[in-house]
Design a binder for this molecule. Structure first.
Ligand code: SF4
Ligand code: SF4
Length: 349
C-alpha cells in the first residue's frame, strides 16, 4: 500500500528516539551527569537507542580485545626487552611488514636482543598473528589507533623506540590477557622452582648420606656390653695362645728345629768318597784281624750307585772349599765311625 514503507521507517526512528532517553534514564547517573563514565558503559550489543559522543573530547572505551598496530612490551621493573630477536613474528607476518636486526656483543657475536625492530604501519593489516606466535609475549596488539600522519616516512614506520611500551601499560589495556599470562608464567616459574628445589633436596640428601656413611666408617662400632665382654675374652685367649706358641718355639732343640733329612742320597765329594773307602777298608782289616771292636760300629753301607750318580755332578760342579751339608744323624754316624777307627788303630798298634 502506498506510504506503508514510509510509516514503517518513521516507526523505527521513533522507537530509537524514545529508546535513547529510556536508556539514559535507566543508566542514572546519565551521560549528562556522569559524562565519560556513562560513555564507557554504552558498549556492546545491549545498547539501545541512538548514541552520539563528542569526539575527541569524549571517547568510548575500547573493548579489551580491540587491536590495531602491534606494540613491543618491555619489563617495567628492569627495562629489559622481552624480545629475543628470534624472528618468528617477522616470518609469520602475512604482508611481511616487520624488519628485525639482531644486536651483537663487543666481539661481534649475535645476542638475543634486537638492535632494530621496525613495523611499517601502512602495510600492517592488524591481523595479530605476530602477537599470537611470539613465544616470549614480547609483541602485543595496541589499542592506539590515532596514528594519522601526513607522510609515511618517518611517521608511519615505527621503530623500536616508537613501539616500546611497559608491561604496566599492557596490563592496563588488556587486564584479562595479562592476568592469564601472568598466571601461566607464575605456574611455570613455580614448577621450575619446585624442580630446582627437588634437585637441591636430592643433592643435599645424597651429601648427607655420604657424610653419614663416612661418619659411621670413622666412628668405632657401638657394641652391647655382652658383645664387648665376648670381644675382650677373645682378645685375652688370643694373647694366651700367642704366648704358648712363643714358649714352645723357644724350647725346641736345634736338631728338632732342623729341617727333615733328605731322602735322596747325599752328594759327596771325591775326597769324602776316598775317605769312606779307606774307612771301609780299615773296618774290613779290623774284622780280618779277628779282634772285636770295643764299640759297636754301625756304618751305613754306601749306596752302590753313589759313585756313578755323583760323578757327573762332580765333573759339572765347580771346585769348592765349603764342606757338604750333613744331617745330624750323619754327623753322629761319622763320629761313631771315627771312634771305631781310632779304636781299631789302637788295637793294631
Ligand atoms: S617480538 Fe617475539 S616473535 Fe618477534 S622477534 Fe621478538 S621475541 Fe621473536
Ligand atoms: S598485525 Fe599482522 S600484519 Fe601487522 S605486523 Fe603483526 S603479523 Fe604483520
Amino acid at each position: 500500500m502506498f506510504g506503508a514503507g514510509i510509516l514503517k521507517g518513521l516507526g523505527v526512528t521513533l522507537k530509537e528516539f524514545i529508546g535513547t532517553y529510556v536508556d539514559d534514564v535507566k543508566r542514572i547517573p546519565s551521560r549528562y551527569v556522569g559524562g565519560r563514565a556513562e560513555i564507557e558503559q554504552r558498549i556492546g550489543s545491549e545498547q539501545t537507542g541512538l548514541f552520539t559522543i563528542q569526539y575527541p573530547e569524549e571517547r568510548r572505551k575500547l573493548p579489551e580485545r580491540f587491536r590495531y598496530i602491534p606494540m613491543h612490551v618491555y619489563d617495567a621493573e628492569t627495562g629489559e626487552n622481552r624480545c629475543t630477536a628470534c624472528g618468528i613474528c617477522a616470518k609469520v607476518c602475512p604482508p611481511q611488514c616487520i624488519w628485525i636486526v639482531r644486536a651483537k656483543d663487543e666481539n661481534g657475536k649475535p645476542i638475543t636482543r634486537p638492535a632494530e625492530f621496525c613495523i611499517d604501519t601502512t602495510i600492517c593489516m592488524n591481523c595479530g598473528l605476530c602477537a599470537e606466535f611470539c613465544p616470549f609475549d614480547a609483541i602485543k596488539m595496541n589499542h592506539d589507533f590515532e596514528i594519522a600522519a601526513h607522510e609515511r616516512m618517518p611517521y608511519l614506520v615505527f621503530d623500536l623506540q616508537a613501539l616500546r611500551v611497559p608491561t604496566t601499560y599492557y596490563a592496563q589495556i588488556r587486564p584479562t590477557d595479562w592476568a592469564e599470562e601472568e598466571a601461566i608464567r607464575a605456574a611455570k616459574e613455580a614448577e621450575k622452582a619446585a624442580k630446582e628445589a627437588a634437585k637441591a633436596a636430592r643433592a643435599a640428601a645424597k651429601a648427607a648420606q655420604a657424610a653419614q656413611a663416612e661418619t659411621v666408617a670413622a666412628a668405632p662400632a657401638k657394641r652391647t656390653p655382652e658383645e664387648e665382654i665376648e670381644r675382650l675374652k677373645a682378645e685375652a685367649a688370643a694373647r694366651r695362645a700367642a704366648q704358648v706358641t712363643e714358649t714352645a718355639e723357644e724350647t725346641v732343640t736345634p736338631a728338632t728345629a732342623a729341617p727333615a733329612a733328605p731322602t735322596a742320597p747325599a752328594q759327596r765329594t771325591p775326597e769324602e768318597i776316598e775317605r769312606l773307602k779307606a774307612e771301609a777298608a780299615a773296618r774290613r782289616a779290623a774284622k780280618a784281624g779277628g779282634e772285636a771292636a770295643p764299640v759297636p760300629i754301625e756304618v751305613a753301607p754306601l749306596p752302590a750307585a753313589a759313585p756313578e750318580s755323583v760323578a757327573p755332578v762332580v765333573e759339572a760342579a765347580p771346585p769348592t772349599t765349603a764342606g757338604a751339608q750333613r744331617t745330624p744323624e750323619e754327623i753322629e754316624r761319622l763320629k761313631a765311625e771315627a771312634a771305631a777307627r781310632r779304636a781299631a788303630k789302637a788295637a793294631q798298634g
